[in-house]
Design a protein around this ligand. Structure first.
Ligand SMILES: Nc1ncnc2c1ncn2[C@@H]1O[C@H](COP(=O)(O)OP(=O)(O)O)[C@@H](O)[C@H]1O
Ligand SMILES: [Mg+2]
Length: 358
């Protein structure tokens, strides 16, 4: 097994990507796969040679078709949604499928400046040689333009609006001037940008309308169907358990169902049957958070219990996910325990274990 903690998806799913390459239909220039094959790679199905393709994204196929179709145009793609709706995950897989590499990525923060978007300078080279191509340090965006590949911008709205607007020339004119060298980099065909942004965070910098116009927005929703959400958690927990070499006990599915039930009820502010209104905690109880709770619990069960997944193992992790604000969220959880879980016999272990840690 490789020593890398997390291999890029194009390595993990190399066999699937190779199988899909055999699909010889027309494709946009510099794409590794046809747009249909890219959608099959994300949604799962079968390659032309019969190879099974696992589903990476579970949800509406149309959304992924729109995302892929957008990347074949001159508009960039913006994946929008609350945290944990697989925006980064989808963007990583899209880049792997379309460009063969998911590693051209810029994490945008409040501290990101223009040099991290356009290009920087190697100062030793700059002093030795003056402004020259050798002294220029290309960013992932710069390289993607030269190579005709996709560049990912994570959390686009976290960087300042002025820095965001650096992208306007790149996205509308498909070029990047380098005035220091009296030069211009023209984007090669196949270049495009996939940005992600979440619409829940405070302190984000709204996109200027000029920049917004350059993006086609695809909103990734939280799964509205309970079975779908359970399926997502189950699949990802199995995959992550596998890569962390954590055995997944037989009762994992039953516990996942319970955790997803609690998450959905607290998130929506009502019981699943809709009969009782509940207060909602401040944290974001997304599918991704449910996955994290289950993986944490698996680790705890594996190293400290007999390997069976007990409510005790899950409860500590659940508490961390639900109670982000020690006062308010604690009260919300207490009320949920007393008014809902206490009356459900199958949740008794959780009622007791959560009460103990609360
Ligand atoms: N609809 C979905 N289909 C497949 N995986 C999902 C889905 N929703 C969430 N996930 C899982 O949630 C995890 C976190 O997603 P991530 O891309 O980091 O979220 P975001 O960037 O939207 O905050 C990933 O492991 C992903 O597999
Ligand atoms: Mg993300």
């Amino acid at each position: 097994m490789s020593k890398v903690l997390r291999t890029p998806v194009e390595i993990t799913y190399q066999a699937e990507l190779d199988a899909l390459k055999a699909d010889q239909g027309p494709k946009p220039e510099n794409w590794q796969l046809t747009p249909k094959a890219v959608v099959t790679y994300l949604m799962g199905g079968q390659a032309a040679d019969g190879t099974e393709i696992s589903a990476k994204y579970i949800g509406n196929r149309r959304l992924i078709e729109t995302a892929v179709a957008t990347l074949a145009t001159d508009r960039a793609l913006l994946l929008l949604g609350v945290p944990g709706t697989a925006k980064s995950w989808v963007s990583e897989h899209l880049a792997a499928a379309i460009s063969g590499s998911s590693s051209a990525v810029i994490q945008c923060t409040a501290g990101t400046d223009e040099n991290q978007i356009r290009y920087g300078w190697n100062y030793a080279q700059l002093l030795a040689k003056g402004p020259s191509r050798e002294a220029l340090v290309p960013t992932p965006l710069f390289r993607a333009m030269e190579q005709g590949t996709l560049c990912r911008l994570e959390e686009l709205t976290r960087m300042g609006s002025d820095v965001q607007d650096t992208l306007i020339t790149v996205l509308s004119e498909k070029m990047l001037p380098v005035p220091e060298l009296d030069d211009v980099v023209y984007a090669t065909r196949g270049f495009n940008v996939i940005a992600t942004a979440n619409n829940r965070d405070k302190g984000v910098n709204e996109l200027s309308s000029a920049l917004k116009r350059r993006f086609n927005v695809v909103v990734l929703p939280l799964p509205d169907d309970m079975d779908e959400e359970i399926a997502i958690v189950e699949r990802r927990v199995a995959e992550m358990g596998n890569s962390l070499e954590l055995p997944v006990p037989a009762n994992a599915k039953a516990e996942i169902e319970k955790v997803v039930t609690m998450f959905r009820e607290l998130r929506s502010g009502q019981t699943l049957d809709g009969n009782m209104a509940l207060k909602t905690p401040s944290g974001n109880l997304s599918t991704a958070e449910a996955i994290a709770v289950m993986v944490g619990s698996l680790s705890q069960a594996n190293w400290f219990s007999d390997g069976q997944l007990q409510a005790e193992d899950v409860s500590h992790n659940l508490l961390g996910a639900i109670v982000k604000d020690p006062v308010q969220d604690k009260a919300v959880l207490e009320e949920y325990l007393e008014t809902v879980l206490k009356k459900r016999p199958d949740f008794a272990p959780y009622y007791h274990a959560l009460n103990e840690v609360l």
